[in-house]
Design a protein around this ligand. Structure first.
Ligand SMILES: C[S@@+](CC[C@H](N)C(=O)[O-])C[C@H]1O[C@@H](n2cnc3c(N)ncnc32)[C@H](O)[C@@H]1O
Length: 242
C-alpha cells in the first residue's frame, strides 16, 4: 500500500473490474472529492447532480460537511459502481454515458441545480457534448478533473502520450460553456517500492496510457522509473453556465 499523499500547490472497464477493491486504491480521488465538496459555499441545495458518482465519495463528503439537499441525482455509466452508491428516498440513480447525446434531458428539470463531478470528466471522449449538456443542467457547477500532468514522469519515461486532457485543453473547452475560475492542484503519492506503485496504477482506475505497454516494457519501466512517488494533477473548476 502507498505510504502517504503529499499535496503540491480505460476508463469504465477498469472501474467496473475493480469496483469492489476501488475503495482501497482511491486515496487521491478520495482527497479530491473532499476538496471539491469543501469548496462549496452553501449549506443547502434543492438538487445536486453528481456526474460519474462512482461509489459515492461526493455524497459521503456532503454528509460529513452537513450539506443538505432535497434531491440527489447520481449518474454513472457503470451499473456496478452505482450498486455501491448510497441509496435513499432523496437519491435517484441513473446509468447514463456522459459521452452520449441521449438521456441527459431528464436530469435537467431543476434550473437551480448544482452540478458536481469529481475525478470523472477526464474520461469524456467529447468534452463539447458533455459540457454543452451539463451547462444546461443547473445554475452552478464544480468539477475536479484529472489532467495530463497525472503520471507525467512515468509517461515521459515510457514515451507515451497521456490519454487525458491537459489543463490548457480543459480550460479552453470549459470556457466555451461556462464563466469559470480554475485552480490547478498537484499531488504526490509515495510508495515503499516500485512493485507497490505499479500495483496501485493497475488497480486505482486512473491508469490509461501504460496499458499500451507489453509485459517486457512495463518491467523495464518499473526498473527505470526515477521517483519513489506517483504524480497526479487535478484541475478544480468553479463555473456558472454562460
Ligand atoms: C475515478 S471514478 C470517480 C468516482 C467518484 N466521483 C469519486 O470521486 O470517487 C470515475 C467514475 O466515472 C465513471 N465514468 C467513466 N466514464 C463515464 C461515462 N462516459 N459516463 C458516465 N460515467 C462515467 C466511472 O464508472 C467511475 O465511477
Amino acid at each position: 500500500m502507498p505510504n502517504k499523499v503529499k499535496k503540491q500547490p480505460h476508463a469504465v472497464k477498469g472501474f467496473s473490474r475493480f469496483a469492489h477493491t476501488y475503495e482501497q486504491y482511491n486515496m487521491i480521488q478520495a482527497e479530491v472529492a473532499k476538496q471539491l465538496v469543501g469548496r462549496l459555499e452553501e449549506k443547502r441545495y434543492s438538487t445536486i447532480i453528481d456526474i460519474g458518482c462512482g461509489s459515492g465519495a461526493v455524497i459521503k463528503n456532503l454528509e460529513n460537511c452537513s450539506i443538505e439537499f432535497d434531491h440527489f441525482i447520481a449518474v454513472d455509466l457503470s451499473e456496478e459502481m452505482l450498486s455501491l452508491h448510497p441509496a435513499g428516498t432523496k437519491i435517484k440513480q441513473y446509468c447514463i454515458d456522459f459521452n452520449s447525446h441521449e438521456s441527459f434531458a431528464k436530469l435537467c428539470s431543476d434550473k437551480e441545480a448544482l452540478v458536481l463531478s469529481s475525478s470523472a470528466l477526464q474520461w469524456s471522449t467529447d468534452l463539447d457534448i458533455t459540457l454543452s449538456w451539463l451547462a444546461k443542467c443547473g445554475k452552478k457547477a464544480h468539477f475536479a478533473i484529472f489532467t495530463s500532468g497525472t503520471f507525467k514522469t512515468l509517461h515521459e519515461c515510457a514515451g507515451i502520450r497521456s490519454p487525458i486532457y491537459s489543463d490548457k485543453e480543459l480550460k479552453k473547452v470549459i470556457s466555451n460553456y461556462y464563466e469559470a475560475t480554475f485552480m490547478l492542484q498537484s499531488y504526490q503519492l509515495t510508495f515503499p517500492n516500485t512493485k507497490e506503485m505499479f500495483r496501485y496504477i493497475q488497480k486505482s482506475g486512473v491508469s490509461g496510457g501504460e496499458r499500451q505497454l507489453g509485459y517486457k516494457k512495463m518491467k523495464r519501466l518499473m526498473e527505470e522509473y526515477p521517483l519513489d512517488y506517483l504524480e497526479f494533477e487535478v484541475l478544480f473548476v468553479e463555473a456558472k453556465p454562460l
